[in-house]
Design a protein around this ligand. Sequence first.
Ligand code: 5GP
Length: 115
Amino acid sequence: MAETIFSKIIRKEIPAAIVYENETVLAFRDINPAAPTHILVVPKIEIAKVTDLNGKEHGALLGEMIDVANAIAKQEGIAEKGFRLVFNCGDDGGQEVYHLHMHLLGGRKMNWPPG
Ligand code: 5GP
């Protein structure tokens, strides 16, 4: 898989507004926020997209990403009112960066269906 800008952010070669980090996951604010809170939860391991995941191999990682999103939502004060978690996958899914990431969006009422 070709390296993306997220690998450079993970290695701290380019700056980002980091809100959480542990050994396996980095979370930072989206550069072009679509909501008052818009944070990307990114595994440090290079996985391109959702279709490269399987539950057996990546279940623990996905669980950790949810734990991190919940902790950040609390930290951001949006856990009570609610938020949205999104994985865009592939062209039709609107994926632009081919390094797996989960969007955490909140701080406003979300629309449904999404665009
Ligand atoms: P995707 O469309 O792939 O699901 O989402 C990629 C997201 O990454 C977009 O919301 C975009 O604004 C964000 N993004 C792209 N490049 C950068 C960057 O260099 N820094 C940060 N913080 N976010 C980025």
